[in-house]
Design a protein. Structure first.
Length: 536
């Protein structure tokens, strides 16, 4: 007799881990029962003789009341079929589940059906094959659980500032006392410093790579290979005699880890089954300040990031870019200015001008000679340095830090007051709508406006609080910007290094007028307020 002709007396077995509160979640008693009923309607050879429900019992344990009753019914011959939503309803241990299937179900010729897992014992060639399938199903879940637990464990370490990467970034090595910390690799850290130094002095990434190769410096992958250090494989990493490239140089120049900040979890695998990496948003990264000794100062790192953002080209037949390359902006149309050289009366003249001119509404080309530009910028730089020297000497470092804290607290209070005001305005909208003071369209528009403003203010509060805590924990870092200017005190001429360290951009307003956007302008203004208030 085949299974279609045979009749089956079935037990519907239902289990929930948490007491069913009537909510329609996917594993509720009602949903499981409905799923099984639909299956039975499609299989007329099955008749339900009992329904056993363990409501609020963990699948880790098998001494459940309804489950024990079901086993008793099977052994007494009152049922020859058991239907469940999925295997985990029987239990969460494949060993124990397999034992019950073999000793109670198979021994008593009971048909077993797990709907979601697509398991039906009469459609399989013996229970042994079903047990193998069950193992694979539970093994799949085990892999998921292990993946989640491993990820959570690694994230916990990252949050604590512990290094959990497989290969330390070039220039660092695992610390001997603590493998979850990084220490400076004495063999390579000077190479990293040289790369940043060359970039700050105007060299392109390609020229830096060429320089390193010419001097026979081993590339990061070659160094790790020769030292027997674990290193990535596949693609470029498998090339023999892998040399420095612009890509490798840029990767180093953009890596914030060299400032002592441990940045982790920039990517994650798509799933535990896949090695495809997904880039995460910056707000999902784990950042730990002062996690290891810095190789590059934060000021130099920030200066390099500014340089990388500039649209610069290396001067013809030169290793370095022109001194003002990428830094000049037309004060009228915001276009990048162009450098040009001319000859007149056996004299060589260099000037900068706006290439778009009147095409973008400029009143003129805003032309300025390079010599005049140099002199004006040099004068402004020396004035800024003298001002910083005078201001920083007027108060002690302790007074300045105290002022910074008080200034942030005042800004926090103002933001919180603004949030409360916006919330009151938002709360009054419904009354205005009810009183017909505003219509539905105005109501929605104003509501979205207030919601947006409140979100913006809350983000500002969060940023200010973070900054305030940072000042409390490491006050010296908020005065370090001053040392970005002081080494250039009294300079008599400009070079590319001095410009990128001190200047964000230069706006050419007219032939004899420029406006300089200095770096750390916000910190400079805070210092001015500090001295003006006498440190109060």
């Amino acid at each position: 007799m085949n299974h279609v002709e045979k009749s089956y007396r079935a037990i519907k077995y239902i289990r929930t881990s948490c007491p069913d509160d009537g909510m329609q979640n996917r594993d509720s008693v009602e949903n499981q029962s409905r799923l099984i009923d639909r299956f039975i309607l499609a299989n007329p050879e099955i008749t339900v003789v009992a329904e056993k429900i363990d409501n609020g019992y963990s699948g880790l344990f098998y001494d459940r009341p309804a489950f024990s009753e079901m086993i008793a019914e099977i052994k007494s011959g009152n049922a020859n079929c058991v239907i469940v939503k999925d295997l985990t309803r029987i239990g969460r241990s494949y060993i124990e589940t397999g034992r019950y299937l073999r000793d109670s179900f198979q021994a008593n010729d009971v048909r077993f059906i797990s709907i979601d897992d697509n398991i039906d014992s009469i459609q399989m060639d013996g229970f042994d094959k079903m047990i193998i399938l069950i193992k694979s199903v539970f093994g799949e879940q085990y892999s998921v659980d292990v993946s989640v637990k491993t990820r959570n464990a690694l994230d916990a370490k990252r949050k604590q500032g512990e290094y959990v990467g497989a290969v330390p970034v070039y220039g660092y090595q695992r610390s001997e006392p603590n493998k979850n910390k990084l220490s400076i690799d004495q063999n390579t850290f000077t190479v990293v410093q040289s790369i940043f130094h060359m970039k700050l002095h105007g060299m392109s990434a390609a020229k830096i790579a060429l320089e390193l190769n010419d001097f026979g410096v081993l590339s990061p992958i070659e160094y790790k290979r020769k030292q027997g250090i674990p290193h990535p494989t596949g693609g470029y990493a498998d090339n023999r005699d892998a040399r420095w490239s612009a890509t490798t140089v840029l990767r180093i120049l953009r890596d914030e880890n060299y400032t002592g900040v441990l940045v982790q979890r920039r990517q994650r695998c798509e799933s535990y089954k896949s090695k495809v990496l997904l880039n995460l948003d910056e707000n999902e990264w784990y950042r730990t300040e002062n996690a290891h000794p810095p190789i590059i100062s934060k000021e130099d790192y920030c200066a390099v990031q500014r340089v990388l953002a500039l649209d610069t080209r290396t001067a013809p037949a030169q290793k370095e870019v022109h001194i003002f390359s990428g830094m000049l902006i037309c004060g009228c149309c915001n276009s990048k200015m162009t450098r040009k050289t001319t000859q007149a009366r056996r004299q060589r003249y260099i000037y900068h001008y706006c290439p778009t001119g009147k095409k973008k509404g400029c009143s003129s080309t805003h032309m300025i000679s390079e010599k005049a530009l140099h002199d004006k910028v040099l004068l402004a730089v020396n004035e800024r340095i003298k001002t910083i020297e005078r201001l920083s000497s007027a108060l002690s470092a302790t007074q300045i830090v105290t002022m910074l804290e008080n200034d942030l607290l005042r800004q926090l209070a103002a933001c919180n007051q603004q949030i409360q005001t916006l919330q009151r305005f938002r709360a009054s909208l419904f009354d205005n709508l009810t009183n017909a003071t505003i219509d539905e369209t105005e109501f929605q528009t104003l509501k979205e406006h207030y919601n947006g403003e409140i979100s913006r203010q809350e983000a500002e509060v969060s940023a200010l609080q973070k900054k305030w805590h940072c000042i409390r924990e490491s006050p010296d870092t908020f005065l370090a910007w001053i040392n970005n200017f002081l080494p250039f005190a009294g300079i008599t001429g400009l070079d590319r290094f001095a410009l990128v360290k001190m200047i964000q951009c230069i706006r050419v307003m007219a032939k004899h007028e420029i406006i300089i956007d200095f770096v750390y302008q916000h910190e400079f203004e805070q210092l001015v307020r500090c001295v003006a208030s006498g440190g109060r």
